[in-house]
Design a protein around this ligand. Structure first.
Ligand code: DX5
Ligand code: ZN
Length: 216
């Protein structure tokens, strides 16, 4: 099976968002990755509900919403209403992760959990059967265009083992610094979903770059 490709609109041209979303519609992208930052959980601000809603209005593909915010339970229903199909929350931001996962599922969205580079994948052992997606951060969340952290390969392999042993159907998503060099290695290690921001949007021909990632 081919990888699921989820370009991150964080690296799109915000003044031409409709054009860039249209480009993704016409490409081999499977999902559209939407990065929400609150300036608290991460040191940066991105955008919020109205922009997500505007993206959803033009997108013909599912929105994969990555909440890099504190207490994300406050905004689950709102992001569902704004058009999210998949919602990921950070394990580090949820004291009651199990409850938040159920809250996401109750809206009808697929539920994802994101892990910072310093968080071991073993924290998910007791929740893995309940989740649809694990988003492994391969950079420290907060900014596009950062360098891929090599330790991620080991985490993908460990997580794959946890998923297989538990019989969970969770997909493994990699987020941060993904490019044509590390994509094949990530796939070999067990990654199912590749997020790419800069590598897609700063390339000469984004449609071709997405094709390249899709066929690694
Ligand atoms: C980082 C975001 C990523 C980011 C990826 O905080 O969660 O989704 O947009 O961008 P690149 O591919 O440029 O690292
Ligand atoms: Zn992201």
């Amino acid at each position: 099976m081919k990888a699921i490709i989820a370009p991150s609109v964080l690296s799109a041209d915000f003044a031409n968002l409709q054009r860039d979303v249209q480009m993704l519609n016409e490409s081999e992208a499977d999902w559209i990755h939407v990065d929400i930052m609150d300036g608290m959980f991460v040191p940066n601000l991105s955008f919020g509900l109205p922009v997500t809603e505007a993206i959803a209005r033009h997108a013909s593909k599912p929105l994969d919403v990555h909440l890099m915010i504190e207490k994300p339970d406050r905004y689950i229903e709102a992001f569902r209403a704004a058009g999210a199909s998949i919602i990921s929350v950070h394990q580090e931001a949820c004291v009651h992760l199990h409850r938040v996962i159920q809250q996401i599922k109750d809206t009808g969205c697929q539920a994802g959990v994101a892990l910072n580079p310093s968080t071991p994948v073993t924290v998910l052992e007791d929740i893995i059967a309940d989740i649809d997606l694990v988003c492994l951060m391969s950079v420290n969340p907060g900014f596009g265009g950062q360098k891929f952290i090599e330790n991620t390969y080991k985490k993908v392999r460990q997580l794959k083992e946890i998923i297989t042993d538990s019989g969970s159907k969770a997909l493994i998503e990699i987020d941060g610094g993904v490019n044509a060099q590390n994509a094949p290695l990530l796939r070999q290690a067990g990654a199912d979903v590749l997020v790419a921001g800069n590598f897609v949007f700063k390339s000469q021909d984004p449609i071709r770059t997405i094709h390249e990632l899709k066929n690694v």
